[in-house]
Design a protein around this ligand. Sequence first.
Ligand code: CO
Length: 137
Amino acid sequence: MITALDHIAVAVPDLEKAIKRFMEDFGLPMGGTEEVAAAQTTAAFFPLPPTNIELVYPLEGKGPIATYLEKKGGGLHHLCFRSDNIDEDVARLRARGYQFLADAPTPGAHGSRVIFIHPKSCDGVLIEINQPAADHH
Ligand code: CO
């Protein structure tokens, strides 16, 4: 079941500059950064309860965020729904014809499991589903 808007992700071409903007100009405390090897990204989190802003930047200049930045230069990248049972949600949505970018969930930030729905299935919006690690609550 989908239970919350976990985060909204913004792809940024200059992570340090974007972090400074969110901290100093917008006055938001940073929750931390994390390298997510499976997604080839470095992510910076800004908790804005009950959701988060996540800045995403390519890890080692490669991966889907690098491709996105080459095409668009930055922008709103995806929104993420939190799930209390990602396998069940994926199965239910697949049965309804949704296409996913992977066959199964992969490791995300903070030990979560994540999967992306193909934007073609959602009017052009990239939607992530994220099940937090069991010990994260
Ligand atoms: Co995300």
